[in-house]
Every structure is written in structure tokens, then in C-alpha cells.
Design a protein around this ligand. Structure first.
Ligand SMILES: [Zn+2]
Length: 232
């Protein structure tokens, strides 16, 4: 079972999403139940993605026009909602979904968010509801900003009694990076490098904070589950 805070290789991430590759950052309705976005908040990342202090809202920047001979400098051109032939881009697809939600015509699009913390190392941040989209001026051009709010439920579990997700906020990127470095990319109990998870020392649901590295540690799935059972 996929849980927020799970650490995945690229191949594992693709396998979970039943796809052979994930080349694009934005993947509208990749699966019948949900869309997928990839994010990178490390220094020097190509897009400005933000997170609020509570770790519940993510502002995801739209994507640039592809680099071609006609647009050699994509960062100088407005982000497009449609291709020159009038077909919606990924920006356009997410924009339309946000509009349908705002007008009350559809439930919010469910979006799984994966975050790159190292080359080939990804963290699952959870399921988010796409609730709004807008354009804003950035360096003299227009970019899209998509507002995503953390959902309590996994995709495909919109049934009464579905298990609520144990985490109700995202671990900030700087905390993830600090914990990964401090714990050496290994389970703090057994040293395993497989099936790792960002574990809250005191679960958020019991009043623990995920905002500081001191309260977060790397644990393999086995030790994370053992600890969770002991607390419950
Ligand atoms: Zn372990």
C-alpha cells in the first residue's frame, strides 16, 4: 500500500502508476482515477513550486512551451494552455479541470504528487485535490499556478469507511533533504536501504510535528509498521 512519505525509486514510481516511463512533470488523468504531477523543490529546480507552512496546500507551477527552433528560450514565452493547433496542453487540461470544479460541475481532480529529492529517488507526497488555477506574471511572461490541497483519502477509496491517510500534512523539502542526509539514506533501526519511509517520531495525529528534522527519521517499511502498531 502506498502511503505519503514513502520513498521510491523511479522504476517503483512508474510501476505504481502502471506506466513504463514518466517523462513529463504533468500527467493529466494518467490513470482513470487520478492525475500525476512530479515536483522538484531542490535549489535550481526549473519550476517555482510552493508549499504553505501547514504543509496542506501546494502551488504547482505550469509548464513551459517545449524548446524548439521557434521557441529557443521557453522561459521568455507565456506558458501555453493550447498547442498552435488548438489542442489543450497539460496546462490546459489541468486548467479546464480546475474550472469545472470551481463552477460546481465536477468533483476536484485527484492528483498524486511525487517529489524528487535526489537523482532517482522520489517521495510520495500524497493525494491532492485540484481546487484552483490562475495565471500570474513572472519575469514579464504569464505562468500558470495550480492550487492543490492535501486530501485525506487515497485515490479509488471514495467509499464510506475508506481508510483515512495517517498523515495530514506534507514534510517540507528542506526537512526531507536534511533527514535523508543525517540518516545516510538508510533505516535508522536495521540499516536497510529498501522500502524506506519518512517516519514521524511522534505521529502528527498524536500531536507530533513534521516541520523539523528532529521529529522525522528514515525507517524501512517493516520497522515503520512495527512502530506504528506499538503506538496504536
Ligand atoms: Zn528497518
Amino acid at each position: 500500500m502506498l502511503r505519503p512519505g514513502d520513498i521510491l525509486s523511479y522504476v517503483e514510481m512508474c510501476s505504481i502508476e502502471a506506466t513504463s516511463s514518466l517523462q513529463r512533470g504533468m500527467n493529466f488523468r494518467l490513470r482513470p482515477t487520478h492525475s500525476v504531477v512530479l515536483m522538484n523543490r531542490r535549489p535550481g529546480a526549473p519550476y517555482a513550486n510552493g508549499m504553505d507552512a501547514e504543509g496542506r496546500t501546494l502551488v504547482y507551477e505550469g509548464h513551459d512551451v517545449p524548446q524548439t527552433s521557434k521557441t529557443p528560450l521557453p522561459k521568455t514565452v507565456d506558458q501555453p494552455a493550447a498547442t498552435p493547433r488548438g489542442r489543450p496542453t497539460q496546462n490546459g487540461l489541468f486548467l479546464a479541470a480546475a474550472g469545472r470544479y470551481r463552477e460546481g460541475l465536477a468533483p476536484p481532480e485527484k492528483v498524486r504528487v511525487y517529489e524528487k529529492i535526489k537523482t532517482g529517488i522520489w517521495v510520495y507526497n500524497g493525494v491532492f485535490n485540484l481546487v484552483d488555477a490562475r495565471t500570474e506574471s513572472s519575469g514579464g511572461r504569464l505562468v500558470f499556478k495550480f492550487r492543490l490541497e492535501l486530501s485525506e483519502q487515497e485515490v479509488g477509496e471514495d467509499v464510506p469507511g475508506a481508510t483515512d491517510l495517517p498523515h495530514t500534512r506534507m514534510i517540507p523539502t528542506n526537512v526531507k533533504l536534511a533527514v535523508w542526509k543525517r540518516d545516510g539514506g538508510k533505516c535508522v533501526v536495521c540499516g536497510s536501504r529498501n522500502n524506506l519511509h519518512f517516519d514521524h517520531d511522534i505521529p502528527f495525529s498524536k500531536g507530533g510535528s513534521s516541520l523539523v528534522a528532529a521529529n522525522v527519521q528514515l525507517m524501512c517499511a517493516r520497522h515503520n509498521l512495527e512502530k506504528r502498531d506499538a503506538i496504536v
